[in-house]
Structure formats: C-alpha cells, structure tokens
Design a protein around this ligand. Structure first.
Ligand SMILES: Nc1ncnc2c1ncn2[C@@H]1O[C@H](COP(=O)(O)OP(=O)(O)O)[C@@H](O)[C@H]1O
Ligand SMILES: [Mg+2]
Length: 1086
C-alpha cells in the first residue's frame, strides 16, 4: 500500500502591536503555494513550497462582531473559515471514513498556533469549528439501521515531560504526571486520562473551557509555562452499525489536535556562556520531535526512529510515520525581528512534508474487539502468574515494577470490556453526573450583577478565563492551600509572592476598594498601593510577583465590552505600565531603525519588558526557597566602556546579590534566562517534594556561582591635551553603568622622556603635528582612589583598576587593593609609541583612557598570571581593534530618546568645535609668522650692529617649538603691561601667551568634557511622583518631554561653558596678536 505524505500548510499572521510600534517590516511573501522569506539584513530570498500557504497578514476587515474577514473579493486574506475548509474538513472526512488523523501546529510563541487551532472569541479555530461540524453531521446522519455514533473528548498537557489531565481540576498535580503506556498494538496511550463522552457540541465547548481554566490555573505559578507546554486534544469518534451481513461493526477514528510549545525552545541553550547548561526536561519533547521528523524525512528504513525518547513523540507515534493522516500547520511571524526563527520554522515545515504515513481504516467486527481484549487479558494473567512464581530472573525491584505494570494493564482491559457492554446513554449520564459534581460554573446572573477580577496571562489564549467574583462586604484574598485554616481566603491565589492573607477587597452597593495587608504587594495601574484604594472599571491589579487581574466593575460602569477590555489591557500593557512607574519608558514609535535594520534601543526596551516579570518571579522563588539571593534588572550602558564615548549600545543585564555574603554577580540576559528555567525546575521539584531542594550541591544550584569580579564603573581621562604635550593631572569621577558616581580616581597622564621622566607642562607645544613621525613617551599614573562606595558598603571587598591605551590588546592592571575606601594605588605605567602617525594623533584628539574599576569580593581566587601588554605601541602595525572614530567627539554624540530635540544643540557644539579648530589654525599661522620674524630679526642683527644685545637662547635639540623655561619666566606679565622689547623676545612672548591661553582653555573645558561623559552614560531618571490613574501614553510622553527639557538645559549650559572658554581663548589670542602688531610697528617701539 502506498504511503501518503504529511500535508503541510504555513500561515502568516498580522503584525502585533509591539511590531507595529517598532516599525517592523514584513519579511514574508506568498504566491499560490509558495512562500518566500527575505533576509532583512542582506535582502537574500528563500522560497519554499507547501500544500497550502495562507496569507493572513493583511487585506482584512474587522466586522462589528470582531470577526476578521477578507476586505473584498480580490483579497487573498485567508480567514479562519478558509483554513478550516481546507484543513479541518479533511480531518473530519477522514474521521467519517475511519482513518485516524492528526493536526499539529508548530511555530514560535506568539506566531499564531493557538489562533489557528483554537482561535479567539468569534474567530473560532479549527478545533471548535471541526467539533461543531462533527455534531452537525452526526445529527443529520441516517440512523435508520441502528447506527450509533459516539464521541469522546480528552485534553492533556505535556510540561516538563509530565502528562497532566486538563479535564480534572485536581489542584494537586500527580507527582511525575500520568503514565504513558504501550498497548497491544505497540502504540502509546495514557490509560488514566479522562475520556469524556459528549452528547453535543455544547458539551465539548464546556470541556474545552474547563480545560483552558485548568491549564491557566496550573500556569499561574509561573509565567508563560504554556509557551513551554504542549497541549493535545483527542476526539475519539466511533461508529457502530450493522454491516451488509447484519454483523455489528465498529469503525473508530482518533483525531489528535496538537498545539505545540513555542519552537524557540527547540534550540539548544549551549550559547548562554553559563556554567550550568539547561539540563532541563522542558525541551526534551520538542527536541525529540525534531529528531523524529528528521529521521523520518530521511526515509532510511534501517534507521530507528527515536519515538521512545520523549512523551510527546510517544503520543504522536502513529501521527508520524504510522496509521494516521497528518497535517502540520506552521505558524509564521511576519516581522523582521523574528526572521531567524521564522526561517527555521519554514525549514522545519519543509522537512516535515517528506514524512510518509500509512493510514488504514479502523474497521472491525464489534465482537472481535471484545474477543481481542479477552484474549489479551488471558495472556497478561498468564504472564503475571509466571512473574509471581518467580519464573523470570532479574532484580526484585524490576519484578515488582513489571507486576504492577501488568496488573494495571489487566485492570484497564477489564474496564474497557465493562464499558463496551455499557450502553452509550448510560455512559453519557455517568459523565454528566461526574462533571457536575466536580465543576460548578458561574451563572450568567453573577456576571450581570457582581464586579469581578479577570485574570491576565502572558499567553493571550489563557487570559480572561478565570473570574473571581466580588460580593458585598469584605472579600479576603490570600494564598491557596494556606496552612491557617481559620483564615481560608475567599479568593485563593496560587501565584508566587502571594501571602496567606494578602489583601482585602471591600465592596458596598456602589464601590469596590482594594486594601493591602502591609507589606504585601498590591499594584493598581502599575503603582504600588499602601492603603485602601478605590477601584474603577478597567483598573489593572497586580498581586504578588505575577498574579495579574483586570478589574471589571459594576454593570453600570461597563461601557467597554469585556472583549474590548481584554484586548486593550493585555499582558504587554501591564508590563509597559509597571516599567513606566519604575521610570523605564520608551516611545517606540518615535524611534526609527538605523541603517543596519537593527532596532537598537527599541530592542533594549523590549528585553527589559520581557525580563522584568521573570526577575520578579525568580525573586519570589528565591524568597520561598530561602535562598537569600536577590535579582534586579539594569541597563548596561556600553558608552561607559568606550574610549571615544560614542558607543550608544545598551544592553539589559541582571545584578545578582547574595544578601548574606553581599557577593555580587552580573548576569547577561542569556545567562539569566537559562538560569530562570533551571530555577523554575528547582521550584517545581520543591512544590512536589519540599525536601528535594535541601541538600542541593553548589555545583548544581542555579542560585549559586563562584565568586566573580564585578565591573563597578569607569573613569575617562581625555587625551586631548596630551596632543599638545600638556600633562593631565586630575581627579576624575568613576561613573557606573547608569552614570552615577562610584568614587573618584586621582590620575595623571603625562608626556615623559624615553627613560620615564615625567615632563611638566612647560614642554607644551602649539602644534600637535609636531609629534608626527617621532617617538612619543607617555606616563600613566594612578595615585589614589577616593570614596569608593563599593568598599564603604562592605569593607571585606577590594578593587582593581584596568586600562588600555590605543590599540593595546590586553592593557594593564593594578594590583588588588583590599578593604580601604581611599586606597593609595601608586601605580605607574610607561607607554611608548614608536612612531606617532595620523591615526594616533586623531586618537589623542578624540579619545580618552578608560580606567575600568573592578570590584573584588571575599573568596576570590587570585589569578596573577593574566597576560598584559608590554607598554610598546607600534603604530606601523595595524591596530587590533577597530580604529577610533575620526569624528569630533561632540558633534556626533548621540543622545538617546530625544535626538530630535538635541539636534540643534549638537550643531551648535559642532560649530564651536570648528571654531576651535580655526583658532588652532590661526595659532599655527601665527607660529609660522613668528618663525619668519625670527629669521628676519637674525638677518637684521647681522646687518645692523645696533640690534639686539641679548644672546639668543639655546635651542632644544629635538623639539624646536617647545616653550622654554626661560619663556615661562615671563609668564606673569600681561600683554598690556609688557613694555616693548626686542623682536625675538617678542616672539617668545607670543608663544608664551598662546601657550598660557591654550592651557587655560584646556582647564576650562575639562569639567565640560566630564559633564558630557556623564550625560552620555546617564539614564533617564525614575520619576517618583506620578498620578495614580494617569494614562500611560500621556505619562510616557510627558516624561520624555521633561527629560528632554532637562537635557536640553544641560546641553545649553555646556555649550555656554564651551563658548565662554572659546571666547577667552579667542580674546587672549587676539590680544596677543594685537600686542605683537603694536610691537612690530616701527613707531610703536620706544
Ligand atoms: N491569523 C491571525 N489573525 C489575527 N490575529 C492573529 C492571527 N494569528 C495570531 N494572531 C494573534 O496573535 C497573537 C498570538 O497568537 P497565538 O495564537 O496566541 O500564538 P501562539 O499560540 O503561537 O503563541 C494573538 O493575540 C492572536 O490573536
Ligand atoms: Mg498558544
């Protein structure tokens, strides 16, 4: 019998709000059955062909009942009905014919798997439409020959390789989950799974609703567990009828509908750079599914297919390469930011279409089924007997295990035999009674009378499914299963961070108030409340670390429909609002992508919002497990590392603090995410068995890491003046990632002689070009650290300073300095530049030496043999790192979140910079003129014996233009007080004057430069005072505005300072020139 390939369909969804805000581009195109994806960076295209390519990205209208339909006849938009007609109907037809069928949805979280499978609101997905159609067909089927049609429904979830029955609302999940067993046909099944007989579509709808509620309740402990779990709905359809010979015949079909975990979890987590690899079982099923599909697609009959390696693949065994007609629907995100993931989904789908199945009609005489069961049982009983008599060898433990297994199978078979003799009507009645005992659903009366809280989940499919009604009087909110039985909460929550008695909700005839029990966390619209607070319809409530609710007020307040509210106030809205109240705010719309297509700051904001709830969760777990480790998010400002100060990259990182030892670690996003899954797993184990986490070894503990050095911040010493051979000797601020001072550093960077003798500023030159093509020696000295907060906080700590000059690969570092707040460092490093070139000069003009200050902590293992540089910079070899930017540091500095507002200021600074360059140019001309004058004076001396009597000063051998000490003696004289003198002295005076002016100028701009550095690395400050019910959009804009205003003022001040410094320089130069001119006039000299 020839096989049949797995049918594969792909479907691309519309942009979501986040993608619209980020100005996303669509990378998917479809043309008939082919789908093309374009690499947003390179423009490269890849085309795939599938059985169906569904375009659901645009070309649709939203009807008044929220249904999405094609906007006109020519629109290619594929709506839910279209997808059902082509995929779902096929599945139903198969079922009638007696074939098993499987439909599974693959794709990354948020790509639209659940939308296609289950749907949202009126946009029903394949599963509900198929169920509805199935019952319609049953109702209208010809039942004249006693034909009976039976439908049973089951719903399970696989999370962490555990199977959970979603149709039992046992709050305590069975440890280890339900068992998966193999039946006599070698296929796998879950014997203890509830299979509920259904009379009509309504019954199925009710079951699905309850299944979703149970799934949601199970996931409230941890966010987004749904994106890591697989859901399998199985509909068994049985037709019993008399065949032509009048024998009772049974035709069965199993429809499996599978909503898989987010495909992003299928990747290995090796790239996190973490000591601990995710050994977690969360990925096992998805990874195994990949291997199974890969092996099947290869089509090598000799190769064993690893079905047995995971729960999911066991259950999908017949769907993949077995007795099933199978359809895969691959959900695609259209957005450029998801390009990689979408491409990998397309490749996956491409492989899946090669899989061959062999579906057969499951038809057999009814009698035979019972006969088979009977003979199977007889065989099992015999096996059991031989085990009991010790007939088989092996360990007693194994034997017990096998015995228990066999007994279970026998019991199951007996149950099946008994059921097969029970009438269908009887089964339906039983199921109905059992259901009513377990579930009491909320009546419509309650919805139309009472206010309520409605849950909000990261997975939109699980939002709005749990409703907690509020009655008149006091409603107690507290932890589910709390120990104090006298305080059983009316609203019992199982989320992290919920206390036994967390808060009260007070309700009178017209108002509802939330009243937290101090110090428990209750947030209303993003702001933590500390006293009784009135609630309005549509308010957002957060309790503990992740229990999110939407407050639905009294019926007369409900202007917006439930649906509208749920849509507007989704999980992202909550996170935006919470972040805004922490001062983290970003208007994505105002940001355009840069040329490379990177989202830059928008991505940082996105990461921040993603990590924020994860950090809250991990903190709550840490508290519950008494780990004494706290986690906090911060934005790493890469500008602070960069020697040109131009780096605008930011990155989100997590600071981890051991609260007892005060040890600190900084975790990258990847490492934190990895650890979060491990921590969750640990917590899962803890909830199943609290002892299990007691004696976990350090090496296996996701909360633990060996001691590390922590980056505290850095101090920038700008090298500008070094280009004029002017030493820099200063106390500079050590700024941390967010631009706050961590302490100060007393450093000097000076020119020195070849044998390391520091030159004073008397060796200053007027033209940096004089340094060209010569050896240049620099001495870097770190004298002292002052006011180190790191050590003030805890005196067991220490610090170490590292720095690099130009293109040095390893740089230099001080020794470790322990326990002292103001440690004397007394470090010096002589650096020689073999041959100053243009690049190096540019580097001096626009860069700084960045002194990185690293925090050391107790328990640190000293590793003295770090490779360091030798202090020789060879400019004729190509630099190791990318060459420093040639742009003037001020003009291209970028200010996040308000570029536009600051554009003007930047221009101003640029023109000031240009003016400065012009001035230096002027100096150069003056100097030339001076040299000319000198020559002239010499000639005049020769020709005129009445000339200068004073001997000329000896010339410095190497640097002709160095201002000599002699000249410096004239320093205190002002141009006006200076009497006219001989021309050469005049020349020297001019040089001295210009030197002094330049020196003053450098002194003046020093504070401006450090202020500039501060502005570049500082964060948008949090805003403490904020109106409680203020709208987020408005707030976000206002905050941005005021932040921009403050920055604008800062910039104005800076440019004013800069202007002043320049003016002083200009007027000094002008005065010098004027004085010189007067001196040169024949009648001007006396
Ligand atoms: N074809 C579509 N048309 C309109 N909205 C869609 C479509 N597919 C997905 N969505 C929306 O995208 C969001 C994520 O979809 P969902 O199906 O929950 O993703 P997944 O189950 O893959 O995580 C939901 O808000 C959903 O309404
Ligand atoms: Mg989903």
């Amino acid at each position: 019998m020839p096989g049949e390939n797995v049918k594969v369909a792909v479907r691309v969804r519309p942009f979501n709000q986040r993608e619209i805000d980020a100005n996303s581009k669509c990378v998917i195109q479809m043309d008939g059955g082919s789908t093309t994806i374009t690499n947003p960076h390179t423009g490269e295209k890849k085309t795939f062909t599938f059985d169906h390519s569904y375009w659901s990205h645009d070309g649709y209208n939203e009807r008044s009942d929220s249904m999405l339909v094609p906007e006109n006849e020519t629109s290619v938009y594929a709506d839910q009905q279209c997808v059902f007609n082509q995929l779902g109907r096929q599945v139903l037809d198969n079922a009638w014919e007696g074939y098993n069928s499987t439909l599974f949805a693959y794709g990354q979280t948020g790509s639209g798997k659940s939308y296609s499978m289950l749907g949202y609101g009126t946009n029903k997905g394949i599963v509900p439409i198929a169920c509805g159609e199935l019952f319609k067909a049953i109702d209208s089927a010809d039942k004249s020959n006693g034909k009976q049609m039976q439908v049973t429904f089951s719903m399970l979830e696989i999370y962490n390789e555990h199977v959970r029955d979603l149709l039992t609302n046992n709050t305590k999940a069975i440890p280890g989950g339900l068992k998966v067993r193999q039946d006599r046909n070698q296929s796998f099944y879950v014997p203890d799974l509830k299979q509920l007989p259904c009379r009509d579509y309504k019954a199925i709808e009710r079951l699905m609703e309850q299944g979703t509620i149970n799934r949601t309740t199970a996931s409230t402990n941890m966010n987004a567990t749904s994106s890591r779990s697989h859901m399998v709905i199985t509909i068994k359809f049985k037709q019993v009828f008399n065949n032509d010979r009048g024998e009772s015949t049974t035709k069965t079909s199993e429809i499996n509908l599978v909503d898989l975990a987010g495909s992003e979890r299928a990747k290995s987590t090796g790239a996190t750079g973490d000591r601990l690899r995710e050994g977690s079982a969360i990925n096992v099923s998805l990874l195994t599914l990949s291997s199974v599909i890969e092996a099947l697609a290869e089509g090598n009959p000799k190769k064993t297919i690893p079905y047995r390696s995971s729960v999911l693949t066991k259950l999908l065994k017949s769907a993949l390469g077995g007795n099933s007609k199978t359809v895969m629907i691959a959900a695609l995100s259209p957005a450029d930011i998801n390009y990689e993931e979408t491409l990998s989904t397309l490749r996956y789908a491409d492989r899946a279409k090669k899989i061959q199945n062999k579906a057969v009609i499951n038809l057999s005489p009814t009698e035979k089924l019972i006969h088979d069961l009977k003979s199977e049982n007889a065989r099992l009983l015999q096996l059991l007997a031989s085990h009991a008599s010790g007939g088989s060898s092996g360990m007693t433990h194994d034997k017990d295990f096998i015995t228990a297994d066999l007994e279970h199978l026998i019991a199951q078979n007996e149950k099946q035999m008994k059921e097969s003799t029970m009438s269908w009507e009887q089964k339906l009645e039983d199921a109905k009674r059992g259901w009513e005992l377990e579930h009491v659903s909320a009546s419509d009366k309650m919805f139309s009378k009472n206010p309520y809280f409605q849950n909000v989940n990261e997975d939109p499919q699980l939002s709005g499914v749990i409703k907690k009604f509020i009655y008149e009087g006091v409603t107690m909110v507290g932890k589910c299963n709390n120990i104090d039985t006298t305080k059983k909460p009316h609203i019992a929550l199982r989320g992290l961070g919920i206390q036994d008695h967390h808060a009260n909700i007070m309700c009178n005839k017209s108002n509802v108030y939330a009243d937290p029990i101090s110090p428990n966390e209750v947030f209303v619209n993003g702001v933590k409340i500390s006293k009784k607070t009135a609630l309005k319809h549509g308010d957002r409530i957060k309790m503990g670390s992740n229990s999110l609710f939407l407050f639905v007020g009294f019926p007369n307040e409900r202007k917006k429909s439930d649906d509208e509210l749920t849509k507007k106030y989704d999980y992202n809205f909550f996170q935006n609002e919470l972040a805004a109240s922490l001062g983290i705010n970003y208007d994505l719309k105002s940001k355009q992508k840069d040329a490379s297509g990177d989202l830059g700051i928008a991505e940082v904001y996105h990461d921040y919002l993603t990590l924020m709830p994860m950090v809250a969760e991990v903190n709550a777990i840490s508290e519950e497990l008494q780990k004494n480790v706290s986690f906090s998010l911060f934005v790493l400002n890469l500008a602070s590392y960069d020697s040109s100060g131009l780096e605008k990259e930011k990155e989100v990182a997590v600071k981890v603090v051991q609260q007892i030892t005060n040890q600190v670690w900084i975790w990258s996003k990847a490492k934190f995410t990895n650890r979060k899954y491990l921590i969750e797993e640990l917590y899962n184990n803890f909830t199943e068995n609290p002892e299990s986490v007691n004696d976990i070894a350090h090496e296996d503990d996701p909360f633990w890491d060996p001691v590390e050095d922590v980056y505290l911040g850095c101090a920038h010493a700008w090298l500008h003046s070094l280009a004029y051979c002017m030493p820099l000797d200063d106390q500079i601020a050590i700024l941390n990632h967010s631009g706050k001072e961590e302490g100060h550093l007393q450093v000097s960077v000076s020119p020195c002689t070849a044998n390391g003798i520091v030159q004073s500023d008397e060796m200053m030159i007027l033209d940096p070009n004089d340094l060209l093509n010569k050896r240049f020696d620099i001495m870097i000295q770190i004298q002292q650290c002052i006011g180190l907060k790191w050590i003030k906080q805890n005196s067991t700590r220490g610090i170490m300073i590292k720095f690099k000059l130009y293109d040095e690969r390893y740089g230099h570092q001080t020794r470790a300095l322990w326990h002292v707040v103001n440690p004397r460092v007394n470090f010096q490093q002589h650096i020689t530049v073999d041959n100053v070139d243009d690049d190096f000069l540019t580097y001096l003009h626009s860069n700084a030496v960045v002194f990185e200050v690293w925090g050391l902590q107790g328990g640190r293992v000293d590793t003295p043999d770090t490779t360091l540089d030798d202090g020789m910079i060879r400019t004729n070899t190509p630099p190791h790192s990318s060459p420093p930017s040639t742009a003037a540091s001020f003009s291209s500095a970028e200010f996040d979140a308000m570029e536009k507002e600051l554009e003007g200021a930047k221009h101003e600074i640029k023109s000031l910079s240009d003016q400065k360059e012009e001035l230096f140019q002027l100096c150069r001309i003056l100097r030339k003129e001076n040299t000319n004058l000198k020559t002239k004076v010499k000639e005049a001396k020769k020709n005129n014996k009445n000339g200068i009597t004073r001997p000329s000063r000896p010339k410095s051998a190497s640097k002709s233009e160095i201002i000599s000490k002699e000249v410096q003696n004239e320093k205190d004289k002002t141009p006006s007080s200076r009497s006219s003198s001989a021309a050469s002295q005049g020349n020297n005076n001019v040089q001295a004057e210009l030197g002094r002016a330049l020196k003053r100028y450098f002194g003046d701009i020093k504070p401006i430069q450090s202020q500039m550095q501060y502005l570049l690395s500082s964060e948008m400050p949090p805003e403490p005072a904020r109106s409680k019910h203020g709208s987020v959009k408005g707030d976000s804009y206002d905050r941005l505005r005021s932040f921009a205003d403050v920055r604008q003022k800062d910039i104005d001040q800076l440019s004013e300072g800069f202007n002043k410094a320049l003016l002083t320089l200009k007027s000094s130069v002008a005065a010098t020139v004027r004085a010189r001119k007067t001196e040169m006039q024949p009648n001007g000299s006396s």
